[in-house]
Design a protein around this ligand. Structure first.
Ligand SMILES: [Zn+2]
Length: 172
């Protein structure tokens, strides 16, 4: 299965080059692709994308970094535009301050939701509710994503009003 994604041209952040955002998102996707037969590719246009990615000011400012949603065949990830993001691959590099969040790590988490993953109470999991900058899937993450229920991701899942959708509306 192939899932395409695209970033909004207008609802975005200016201080990270677009190409770097794409690369970081692809790296996040690839972490899941390594363990399940799902491939993520850049969509040619945002209209044709399975997943739309936007940076918007989230209503729950300061509490949430991102959320994802699914509505029929459309899915999206919205990142908080007021959060300071980095695409550096190490969360703990010299230049970090505590208000900077790792885009790739957050993307791994949100993609996990889109693939059917719920939050994990385990701090080693990329599905832990709070951002700890984790990017590597834990053994538990790999086992869970490989469970058969998780192998019907984005384009085929759930009409808009089902409880399945609600499950994905969970905040980061
Ligand atoms: Zn979450």
């Amino acid at each position: 299965m192939t899932i395409s994604y695209a970033f909004s041209e207008f609802e975005t952040i200016k201080y990270i080059p677009r190409r770097q955002l794409y690369k970081a998102f692809q790296r996040a996707c690839d972490r899941w692709s390594k363990v399940i037969p799902v491939t993520f590719v850049e969509a040619k246009t945002i209209e044709s994308a399975n997943i739309t990615i936007r940076f918007i000011a989230l209503w729950c400012k300061g509490e949430s970094l991102a959320y994802c949603y699914m509505c029929g065949k459309q899915a999206g990830v919205n990142f908080d535009a007021t959060t300071k993001w980095t695409v550096k691959q190490s969360l703990f590099s010299d230049t970090f301050d505590s208000n900077t969040y790792n885009f790739e790590s957050t993307a791994v988490h949100e993609i996990g939701h889109l693939l059917g993953m719920r939050h994990s109470p385990n701090m080693n999991s990329v599905m832990y509710r709070t951002s700890l900058g984790k990017m590597n899937l834990s053994r538990e993450d790999v086992e869970k994503i490989r469970e058969p229920i998780h192998l019907s991701p984005v384009p085929t899942v759930s009409p808009a009003t089902s409880t399945a959708e609600m499950r994905y509306m969970v905040m980061m």
